[in-house]
Design a protein around this ligand. Structure first.
Ligand code: ASP
Length: 593
């Protein structure tokens, strides 16, 4: 046996034993006569000591050890002398006195030390990802990721879900993003698309009678990347037959309860809260509210009507909104600091930010436009007390919600209002359709296979496809699951009737022909006894990111891509040989720059 146990597995009961350990030289301290090394492997860190009194040769050889050399050591585990214990590591009560050292491999000088890698530039870390991944923190993240997928698999297996793989070389699916394309050598001029999600295949599996499907699956979307987006990402994808929204939600709630208990030893509050899309945007400005703190948006239209401030009156009269939030304790801000807040609001899309300080009465350039009693009522509605700052935005509804929603988050952070913990909430009753101004047509808010609410189905089937008002009011059997302000998943009950699906395409201005070309196989399958079904997909990367407390999904993915969708370690994407292109009948035709 090369080693007896892991460095992090040494216990009090090992004291007195002769053991062998292997690992990497993490830190090295030369204290005159004695050389101390923190030896690191996946399980943790253990201090080993080289003393000339124990073995002269070994001690001599230890002088040559450098960072990240791979070594094997044997020797006696001893209790550390009083006062030299390290309470910061679980093995800090003991150390090994080495009598045998083998250098298994050397290491070139490092581009950054493993210990300080977190401070190295991300580009450097990604280029040398093999070193970055040696960081205990990264190891912890990937170990937790493993546990998360294991718990999910076990849970779904117990609930009788079947894990079924769907193809990676597929026909493009309509999730709304750009596809990654793969040329087909055997069918020149034809392309596969890498799946944006297994949506159509999982619906087909329901029609085929598998009843409960899941897959932990890579999906691909060729979008411009943001901090929490990757071109390839992992979904926990599932689908259930004979299910309504409650069934899908209960399965996910049970899964999360198990997950947080097993992996983090956290007891989640059950069941999760539910908010309609409408209520969520009204109260928090968006459909992914962080419920760890209050600071809700309040409607001020009726009160602002009772004053003579033009901006407010005009916003209301032109169909817009006047809303406000309470900047708790911010009445002490100077004019300059308020200007900075205003600049921030403008960067979020507002034309301006109106403010009223609750300070020895009311202090504001606006105060003169309102009777004192109305100012008092405003403060009451916002629960603003002496020392608070009321912040108003008046504009089109979307701008008001966007700006105040973002200001709310910003202030929540700045004022330390965000309580630790995990706040899940379901967002339900989304609109079925969304008007695309540019294209002058409706788009599906979730996707075109999402069912309207039961009470809206007949309205839709009978409705005129030009009746914008009727169509805008239709609501979907769609739901998102939100955790601490992040959308971590979404799904819906699907359309399983051919006539309704056909109507949906009509409403979306997708012709029979286009529908046939794009997803004819699903439409065909719907002709042959499709059961009612629905499902959801969770973003695994984001979920794990929140669970480990990371701020970027790149920290929970072993080999992530950069913002330019590149893997700088392996050098992808790259050019390919002319022969490969010839075989695919592809000619590169870059524009002149
Ligand atoms: N396919 C959807 C998505 O990737 C999820 C679902 O509706 O189940 O967002």
């Amino acid at each position: 046996m090369v080693r007896d146990k892991g460095c992090g597995e040494i216990k009090e009961s090992d004291i007195g034993l002769n053991l062998s350990l292997c690992g990497w030289v993490f830190r090295r301290r030369d204290h005159g006569g004695l050389i101390f090394i923190d030896l690191r492997d996946r399980s943790g860190i253990f201090q080993v000591v080289f003393s000339p009194d124990v073995s002269g040769n070994t001690h001599k050889l230890a002088h040559s050890l450098r960072s990240e050399y791979v070594i094997s050591v044997s020797g006696e585990i001893r209790k550390r002398p009083a006062g030299t214990e390290n309470p910061n590591i679980p093995t800090g009560m003991a150390e090994m006195y080495v009598n045998k050292l083998e250098v298994m491999n050397e290491s070139s000088p490092l581009p950054f030390t493993i210990e300080d890698a977190a401070d190295a530039s991300e580009m450097l870390r990604l280029k040398h990802r093999y070193l970055d991944l040696r960081r205990p923190e990264m190891q912890k993240n990937l170990i937790i990721r493993h546990k998360v997928t294991k718990v999910i698999r076990d849970y779904l297996d117990e609930k009788e879900f079947l894990e079924i793989e769907t193809p990676m070389l597929t026909k493009s699916t309509p999730e709304g993003a750009r596809d990654y394309l793969v040329p087909s050598r055997l069918n020149p001029g034809h392309f596969y698309a890498l799946p944006q999600s297994p949506q159509l295949f999982k619906q087909i599996l329901m029609i085929s009678g598998f009843e409960k499907y899941f897959q932990i699956v890579k999906c691909f979307r060729d979008e411009d990347l943001r901090a929490d987006r990757q071109p390839e990402f992992t979904q926990v994808d599932l689908e259930i037959s004979f299910a309504d929204r409650k069934d899908v939600m209960e399965n996910i709630e049970g899964m999360m309860k198990r997950l947080f208990k097993y992996v983090l030893d956290v007891e989640l509050e059950m069941p999760f809260g539910r908010l309609s899309f409408h209520e969520s945007t009204e109260r928090f400005g968006n459909d992914k509210p962080d419920l760890r703190f209050g600071l809700e948006l309040k409607d001020m239209a009726d009160l602002s009507e009772k004053g003579s401030f033009k901006v407010f009156l005009e916003a209301s009269r032109s169909g817009g909104r006047v809303k406000a939030i309470n900047g708790k304790g911010l009445a002490a801000l100077s004019r300059k600091e308020i200007d900075l807040l205003t600049e921030e609001a403008v960067s979020f899309g507002a034309k301006g930010l109106a403010w009223i300080k609750v300070k020895n009465g009311f202090e504001s350039p606006l105060a003169k436009f309102f009777p004192e009693e109305i100012l008092r009522q405003m403060a009451q509605r916002l629960e603003a007390e002496e020392g608070d700052l009321m912040l108003f935005v008046a504009d089109k509804e979307k701008v008001v919600h966007d700006v105040l929603g973002r200001m709310r988050l910003e202030l929540g952070r700045r004022l330390n209002l965000i309580k630790p913990g995990y706040k899940f909430v379901w967002i339900t009753d989304f609109p079925l359709l969304e008007w695309n101004e540019e294209e002058g047509r409706f788009e599906a808010m979730h996707h075109p296979f999402t069912s309207p609410l039961d009470e809206d189905i007949e309205k839709m089937l009978k409705g005129d496809i030009n009746n914008k008002e009727l169509l805008s009011a239709l609501r979907a059997k769609a739901y998102d699951i939100v955790l601490n302000g992040y959308e971590i998943g979404g799904g819906s009950i699907r359309i399983h009737r051919r006539d309704l699906q056909r109507k949906m395409f009509e409403v979306l201005r997708i012709s029979e022909e286009e529908a046939g070309v794009k997803f004819g196989f699903l439409l065909d399958a719907l002709e042959y006894g499709a059961p009612p079904h629905g499902g959801i997909a969770l973003g695994l990367d984001r979920l794990v990111m929140i669970m480990v407390g990371a701020t970027s999904i790149r920290d929970v993915i072993a080999f992530p891509k950069t913002q330019k969708a590149a893997d700088i370690m392996s050098g992808s994407p790259s050019t390919v040989e002319a022969k490969q292109l010839r075989e695919l009948y592809i000619k590169i035709n870059l524009p002149e720059i």
